[in-house]
Design a protein. Sequence first.
Length: 365
Amino acid sequence: MMFGLMASWAVVLCLVGAGSALLEQGGKSPLALKDSSGRTVYVETPVQRLIVLNPEAAEAVKILGCTDLIAGVVEDLTRKSYLPELRGCRVVGTWREYDFEEMARIATADGKDGPEGTAVISYASFAHGSGRRDAFMVEEGLSPFQNLTVVGLDFFSPERLEEEMTVLGRLLQREGAAREFIEWNREAQARVDAAVHGQAGDRAAVYFEGSSRGGLGELWTFGNGSAIDRLAVMAKGRNVARGLDGSSQVQWEWVVAQDPDVIVRLHSTDQLGWAAGNEEVQSIRREIMERPGSEGLSAVRDGRVYVASWEMFFGLDGAVGLGYLARVLHPQADLDPEQVQREYLGILGLEYPPGNRVMDPWPGL
């Protein structure tokens, strides 16, 4: 009996000692998170530094007010006009090829073995013609080094957006800010849903084109399971590529056979849209409307061929893209996507450049 009591007190004293040691270390403790790759990761908190490998995650960090933690980014992020805070960050490669050794150097920049709480935020699931870019690949690349924890968060899927923002809020100890954004996003989507309610019986057929770089025989479009397909469903539209895989190549003859009511060609830019009359954008639209057989398409005959900012369809501003998409699919709907856009930029602490556009032609606003 006495031995059992003494053993119990020994356990208590050990726990107290561990707690004291924890306090001496500044209250840091490992946080268990389940990321979007399905991995359970353990991060020392509070996080001291971030290395961010995808633009959507960088926007999310900015929304939560923590860009001061970002110490390293891929080179592409230093050019984003809406992320000026990242221009002075150390570069850890490009979106095509990561520099894992530079990431390790950032984690040991203070001359120690590495500060506790250095997290690398990567895509959870992303593949491109040049190879994988997911959390497993990044984790493998960093395996020779210590003190870097990889967290896979995409921020481009509407279904996972709330969950991922919640995870990031916990990681950065900004749960309140994460909840505020989630509430705004829900409310913005609800406005669109109310405006297009009852339109489901007349779903406009829409063709999304991501790239025509390979010629008319290799056009990139977005099928079932893609983020943009989900937005089409939410906007009460019908994606003509829904029967295809998430990212698929089609031929222009296939598009002509679908005879879409609306064509949306995505255009990527590092800026907040483009100036009205932008020649590159006008050229993209003309090329589509002058393709063989295009004169017979409903979208071309009715002037419903649009060039739209890629960024607003994939990421934290998906509610903005949803609003513009719903507007072009349902011109009669009472919608003001420009207001949603102003609200989102306000969350980022930005103002939209006067006269700029994220869709051309401007959808009757």
